[in-house]
Design a protein around this ligand. Structure first.
Ligand SMILES: Cc1cc2nc3c(=O)[nH]c(=O)nc-3n(C[C@H](O)[C@H](O)[C@H](O)COP(=O)(O)O)c2cc1C
Length: 147
């Protein structure tokens, strides 16, 4: 069974709704297990086959917790090379957060990223939640095709 981390931050619940739908999509394939969490120990990142990060955009940026997480992973020399990565999140008008995360995954950690990031303007509607489930499913199918 492949392991997928759905790590997210959300102040008003919009990115959380996306994270839940993505985790549902991962589970629906039957070949991957989704762990949904607000926090992860840096060392644990290496345990997952795919890492999906949900971040809203506040002040044109990602939350400081995610900055610290990726900086710490780099300092500790944790290899995420080849793992599947994706980023998603709710935004209001500019939506930089998920794009910043995806850049770090791609250029610093050499992860195999799903592009572009999935962005929902404010509260995700039913179409967006369907797109979230599809993203989760796509990630688990990518993992299945690797074995
Ligand atoms: C203080 C504040 C700053 C914000 N800054 C941005 C911003 O720079 N760019 C943007 O696209 N949205 C911005 N937003 C909108 C949020 O990204 C949006 O409300 C989003 O739905 C929050 O997601 P969450 O419910 O997962 O926390 C801001 C919202 C607040 C309250």
């Amino acid at each position: 069974m492949k392991k997928v981390l759905v790590l997210y931050y959300s102040r008003t619940g919009n990115t959380e709704k996306m994270a839940n739908a993505i985790a549902e999509g991962v589970q629906s394939s039957g070949n991957a297990e989704a762990e949904i969490s607000y926090h992860v120990q840096t060392e644990s990142l290496s345990l997952y086959d795919a890492i999906l990060v949900g971040t809203p955009t506040y002040h044109h940026d990602m939350p400081v917790d995610f900055k610290n997480l990726f900086e710490e992973a780099a300092v500790q020399g944790i290899s995420l090379k080849g793992k599947v990565g994706a980023a998603f999140g709710s935004y209001g008008w500019s939506g930089e957060g998920p794009k910043l995360i995806l850049e770090i995954m791609k250029y610093k950690f050499e992860m195999q990223v799903v592009e572009p990031p999935l962005l929902a303007k404010y509260t995700p509607d039913q179409n967006m939640l369907t797109a979230c489930r599809e993203l989760g499913k796509r990630v688990s199918e990518t993992l299945m095709n690797r074995t």
